[in-house]
Design a protein around this ligand. Structure first.
Ligand code: UTP
Length: 592
């Protein structure tokens, strides 16, 4: 290992990396030198194409960046055509039923640092809503288990649905600790897979000189390579091919923080099946200026046409170059004409596995240095090559059936990306805030919408601003995956009257059917697996939970819990009725 690392260093020095050994004296710091050799060897093994290949690619990309070359130069953009589904509509429900029966594995990419959010832990441990306080990871696992239970009702031999988590060096240990803390989230260990992505070396300047730590010249500085690594890992681990061999037909890729994803994903899987799509991106209307990519149909000079994501930092320049001087702007609908990429993808395993075999899963890489001046030579801080999972269309063979499925803006996408103060600034600029608070209210709003679609009268809340982030206050409604394995199942749970006032909190967890419920306060109903609860008649009024905005002092006080500080509000419990049915069998609630 050490000898191989030393040989590698020699090769790198021959390629212009002489600064790495500047001032080295024989017999000095030998232990430290061996450390560097070992690191070089490990990086060489983990990087597709090895370290030398990486440095060569970096040199080319940095030169192109210095020359201001746009990798998408020569491609003409057009608004792509795809599919649209109305949440809960007949077509949606049909697709969803197909998707719910599909043999699909779920992949969560969770290697990101979450620097914009600034949370001290991993994002997967955050609760998307505070009524249950359950972490994202638990929510995703419950959705997978709920789908699996539904499949096993019709086919007891149907396989365990895999949940695959991609971690990184930054998130791996805490993610494993979270899985242990949650007792494996109820998953069979055979269906849970953790793949760890490795970091890649950073580069100091446009000549692609490798960076070392400021405090330690014998350690290369490394940073994450981006979520695009997920494809190479699914290939190198053999997992994608194995699942395909076991009869799985699709993989669905999720982000670490999107509590609404399963509202649209299952229907998108069904739509993929229906149209034989190799790749289907879950899309929502995009506001101009949002830090989210746009889906575009690009046609190159050679006539090749590809439906792919264009990142937000390239979008305006591309549109202007194509003759649209307005750049990234909204049309009369209030949204950009280019559908937004939520980075939730459904891929068909057959073509995916074949493409991974052909390419090794190596994604298109890019570099995004922040230059110190117009000479575009020196960087403000070392940069690295990155890759994105949504660049998959470039890996698929030309002509592969690639499309997207658009749902309503607030029906399938509520990511948590930004710290509260930044979210407030974004909102003021007309962009999506992507804060923990706005995302939490989107969860309640979506669940309230589902109840309305099922015929319930759920009072609308009033719009307000919490710590500068616009939020639409309404009832806190949480319908857990066990209540709503699919949207179709959720809609069938209400057979009579349900009235919920705007100040109410309602948690429905498990197989619960409602014939008559009037709620003005807080109610939590939990039915364990195997228990079937019918609320025949119930009229509940209590003091409930009361939302309180944090004061400016509380927002900066370390004594305030981090989860509250990142939201800017807290719900205080005044009075809650909790009903737990943990015995299997029929239960009826009749309180008139
Ligand atoms: P984001 O764009 O939200 O980036 O990642 P991030 O790194 O998490 O957050 P910032 O930019 O530092 O604020 C989108 C998804 O891709 C995953 C994230 O965990 C998230 O689910 N990701 C990102 C990876 O898995 N690996 C990476 O190297 C980067």
């Amino acid at each position: 290992m050490v000898a191989a690392g030393a040989a590698l260093l020699k090769e790198l020095v021959g390629m212009g990396q002489g600064h790495l050994v500047d001032g080295w004296q024989p017999g000095e710091d030998e232990e430290d030198k061996r450390r560097l050799f070992a690191q070089l060897h490990a990086l060489d093994a983990s990087i597709t194409g090895g370290l030398v290949g990486y440095v060569r690619r970096a040199a080319t990309l940095l030169k192109e960046s210095q020359e201001g070359k746009n990798p998408l130069e020569g491609f003409a953009p057009a608004v792509p055509s795809g599919h649209e589904l109305q949440l809960g509509g007949p077509d949606f429900l049909e697709c969803e039923a197909t998707g719910a029966a599909a043999r699909c594995g779920f992949v969560v990419v969770a290697g990101g640092l979450g620097e914009r959010l600034g949370y001290s832990g991993i994002k997967l441990e955050l609760p998307p809503e505070t009524l249950t306080g359950k972490p994202y990871l638990q929510l995703y696992a419950e959705h997978v288990l709920a789908l699996q239970r539904q499949q096993r009702r019709t086919d007891p031999n149907s396989p365990l649905l895999p949940l695959i988590i991609m971690t990184s060096e930054d998130t791996d240990l805490p993610t494993r600790a979270l899985i242990d803390h949650l007792d494996g989230m109820g998953l069979d260990p055979a269906q849970l897979h953790v793949l760890r992505q490795q970091k890649v070396p950073c580069l100091v300047d446009s000549t692609a000189r490798l960076a070392t730590l400021p405090s330690d010249r014998y350690t290369l500085l490394t940073k994450p390579h981006g979520h695009g690594d997920v494809h190479a890992l699914l290939h190198s681990s053999g997992l994608a091919a194995r699942l395909y061999g076991e009869g799985f037909t699709h993989l669905a890729f999720l982000q670490d923080t999107n509590a609404l994803v399963f509202s649209g994903l299952v229907a998108a899987i069904g739509l993929s099946v229906r149209h034989g799509l190799a790749l289907n991106t879950l899309s929502v209307p995009r506001r101009a200026g949002d830090a989210a990519g746009a889906l575009m149909q690009l046609t190159g000079g050679d006539g090749r046409s590809i439906l792919c994501n264009v990142e937000y930092n390239q979008l305006s320049a591309m549109l202007v170059a194509a003759g649209d001087s307005r750049g990234d702007t909204n049309d009369t609908s209030g949204y950009s004409p280019y559908p937004g990429n939520t980075n939730q993808l459904v891929v068909a395993l057959e073509l995916y596995v074949a493409s991974l075999e052909a390419s090794g899963g190596v994604m298109v890489e890019f570099v995004n240095p922040k230059y110190t001046d117009a000479t575009r030579t020196a960087f403000k801080s070392p940069t690295r090559l990155e890759c994105m999972m949504q660049d998959l269309p470039w890996l698929l063979p030309p002509g592969a059936p690639v499309s997207f499925t658009v749902l309503g803006a607030a029906d399938a996408y509520a990511p948590v990306k930004n710290a509260l103060a930044d979210a407030a600034k974004k909102a003021a600029a007309g962009q999506s805030p992507g804060a923990a608070s706005s995302a939490e209210f989107l969860v309640y709003a979506l669940n309230a919408k589902l109840l309305r679609l099922a015929g319930a009268e759920v009072e609308q809340g009033s719009p307000c601003s919490l710590a500068g982030v616009p939020c639409s206050l309404g009832p806190q409604v949480v319908l857990t995956p066990a209540f709503r394995p699919t949207i179709g199942a959720a809609l069938s749970r209400l057979q009579g009257t349900l009235r919920v006032s705007a100040r109410s909190s309602l948690l429905l967890d498990g197989e619960i059917h409602i014939s008559h419920l009037e709620l003005d306060g807080a109610l939590k109903v939990r039915a364990a697996p195997g228990a079937r609860v019918t609320i025949r008649r119930m009229h509940l009024t209590n003091k409930g939970y009361v939302l309180r905005e944090l004061s400016a002092a509380e927002l900066t006080d370390p004594a305030t819990s981090e989860l509250c500080r990142m939201r800017g509000f807290t719900y205080e419990e005044a009075e809650v009725r909790e009903m737990i049915f943990d015995e299997p069998g029929e239960h009826v609630v009749d309180e008139e």
